[in-house]
Design a protein around this ligand. Structure first.
Ligand code: 5AD
Ligand code: SF4
Length: 438
C-alpha cells in the first residue's frame, strides 16, 4: 500500500516513564519534520504505538491494538510499532501484523522521519539496531516543558535479573554525556520545567569518566529556576555513599526514593540474580533515613517468582512491615520469553499468585495510608501541575510525591505553600497558606 505524506500524528505510549519521555521526543522530532499532533478525537495520518514488554502478553496486546486502528471505512493510518515490543519482535512484527508499516526499536527513534518517508513510498522499514551513535543528538531542542519534566540520562541494564526482559530490549547500560544532560536540563527549565525527573533503567548507575550520579545531581542543582530534582529507577547495587550524602545536602533533591527490592526472601533474591539480600537492602534504607529522616520510600515487588514458597512470601510481607513504604508497586511474576526464569521449574499457579498479590497490596496500602495520615498537619510546598476535577481546584505534588489537591488560583508551574489535610486513600488535600512556617 502507498500513502500520501502524513500531516498529523498520534503517539500512544504504554508502560514506563521512559516511554513517556521517548514519546515526547518523537513528537518533537515529527513536529520538526512538518507534522502536527492530531487534535483530540480526530483521525491521525500516522499512529506510533510506543509499546511496553515488561509483563503479560505484551506482544499480543500490541497486535490487538494495531488491529483496532482500522477505520470504519476500511482505511488505516500509517502505523509504526515502537518501544520494547518492537525491539523484541523486530521483523517478525511485519509478518504477524501486515497492517504495521514500520518497526522502530528504542535506539532507532532518530530515524523515524526517514522511515516514514520510506513507508509512504510503500516500503516497510524495520530498524532495531542499537547503534553507537546517540539518538539524542538527532532530536530537536526542547521547546515546551511540563512543570515536572522527564529527562532521560541513562538507558539499558547490565544487571540481568533472571525475570527481566530489559537488558534484551533496552540493551547494555549507557550513560548520556554530562554536557548534553545539562544543556537539555537548561532547555527544559527555560521552557517551563520547575522539577526534573531524571530517568534511567538504572539511573543511579550513571557515570562519566569517574564522575558519578551524585555529582551530576549537584551540578543540575545549580541551575537557577530549577526547584526540584527526582530520579527513577535505582538499583540497590548503585546506591553509593555519595548519593546518600546528596540526599542530606542538596535541598533541591526531593525526599523520595524508589528502590525496588522485588522480594524479602534471600533464597528468591538469589534465584532472581539480584545482587542484594534483604539485609543489605534494609541497611541502605537505614543509611538513607539517617541522612534524610523524612524520606518517603517506595519499591517494586514481584510475587510468585518460580519456586516462591509461602515462607518466602512471608519474608516479603515482613520486609514491607519493616520498611513502612510510603507507596510501592507490586506485580505477579510473568514469564518473559528468552529470560532464564521463564524456563525454571516450579512455576507458581495463577490462583496462588492472585492470593499473594492481594495480601501484599493490602499490606502496602495500609502503610501508604499510615504514611499519609502521619503527614496530616505538615506545612510544606506543592508544585502545581494541572487543573483538578472541580472548578478552582489544582493538583500538584508534595515533596514526598503525594498527589495533593488545593483550592487556589495558582497556575501550573507555581510552587505554593500549603498545609496537608486528610483526603482519600491515595491522595491528600492541601489548605493554602501565606507561607510555610520555618
Ligand atoms: N514479571 C513481573 N514483574 C516484572 N518486573 C520486571 N520484570 C517482570 C516480570 N517478568 C517488575 C519489577 C521491576 C518493575 C519495573 O517491573 O518489579 O522493578
Ligand atoms: Fe530488569 Fe533487574 Fe535491570 Fe531492573 S535491574 S531493569 S529488574 S534486569
Amino acid at each position: 500500500m502507498t500513502f500520501t505524506s502524513p500531516k498529523t500524528f498520534r503517539i500512544k505510549s504504554f508502560g514506563c516513564q521512559m516511554n513517556v519521555y521517548d514519546g515526547e521526543r518523537m513528537a518533537e522530532l515529527l513536529g520538526a519534520n512538518g507534522m502536527a499532533a492530531a487534535a483530540e478525537g480526530a483521525d491521525a495520518d500516522l499512529v506510533v504505538l510506543n509499546t511496553c514488554h515488561i509483563r503479560e502478553k505484551a506482544a499480543e496486546k500490541a497486535y490487538s491494538d494495531v488491529g483496532r486502528l482500522r477505520r470504519e471505512d476500511g482505511s488505516k493510518p500509517l502505523i509504526a510499532l515502537a518501544g520494547c515490543v518492537a525491539q523484541a519482535e523486530g521483523a517478525e512484527a511485519k509478518r504477524r501484523a501486515p497492517m504495521i508499516d514500520m518497526v522502530v526499536g528504542p535506539q532507532a527513534y532518530h530515524r523515524l522521519p526517514e522511515m516514514v518517508t520510506e513507508a509512504v513510498r510503500g516500503g516497510r522499514p524495520v530498524d532495531t539496531d542499537m547503534p553507537a551513535i546517540s539518538k539524542f543528538d538527532a532530536f530537536p531542542k526542547r521547546v515546551r516543558a511540563n512543570p515536572s519534566s522527564f529527562l532521560t540520562i541513562q538507558e539499558g541494564c547490565d544487571k540481568f535479573c533472571t525475570y527481566c526482559v530489559v537488558p534484551y530490549t533496552r540493551g547494555a547500560e549507557i550513560s548520556r554525556p554530562r554536557k548534553d544532560i545539562v544543556s537539555e536540563a537548561r532547555e527544559l527549565v527555560d521552557t517551563g520545567a520547575r522539577e526534573l525527573v531524571l530517568l534511567g533503567q538504572n539511573v543511579n548507575a550513571w557515570t562519566e569518566d569517574g564522575y558519578g550520579f551524585a555529582e551530576l545531581i549537584r551540578e543540575l542543582a545549580k541551575i537557577d529556576g530549577l526547584h526540584r530534582i527526582r530520579y527513577t529507577t535505582s538499583h540497590p547495587a548503585d546506591m553509593t555513599e555519595e548519593l546518600i550524602a546528596a540526599h542530606r545536602e542538596v535541598d533541591k533533591l526531593m525526599p523520595y526514593l524508589h528502590l525496588p527490592v522485588q522480594s524479602g526472601s534471600n533464597r528468591i533474591l538469589k534465584a532472581m540474580n539480584r545482587s542484594h539480600t534483604a539485609e543489605t537492602y534494609l541497611a541502605i534504607l537505614e543509611k538513607m533515613r539517617a541522612a534524610r529522616p523524612d524520606i518517603a520510600l517506595s519499591g517494586d515487588f514481584i510475587v510468585g517468582f518460580p519456586g516462591e514458597t509461602e515462607e518466602d512470601f512471608t519474608a516479603t510481607l515482613n520486609l514491607v512491615d519493616e520498611v513502612h513504604y510510603a507507596s510501592a508497586y507490586s506485580f505477579k511474576y510473568s514469564p518473559r520469553p528468552g529470560t532464564p526464569a521463564a524456563t525454571m521449574e516450579d512455576q507458581i499457579a495463577p490462583e496462588i499468585m492472585d492470593d499473594r498479590l492481594q495480601r501484599l497490596q493490602a499490606r502496602i496500602n495500609a502503610h501508604q495510608a499510615a504514611f499519609n495520615a502521619a503527614s496530616v498537619g505538615r506545612q510544606t510546598e506543592v508544585l502545581v501541575e494541572r487543573r483538578g476535577r472541580h472548578p478552582g481546584q489544582m493538583i500538584g505534588r508534595s515533596p514526598w510525591l503525594q498527589s495533593v489537591h488545593v483550592e487556589t488560583d495558582a497556575a501550573p508551574g507555581d510552587i505554593i505553600p500549603i498545609k496537608l489535610l486528610a483526603d482519600g486513600p491515595r491522595s491528600m488535600a492541601g489548605a493554602l497558606l501565606t507561607k510555610v512556617a520555618a
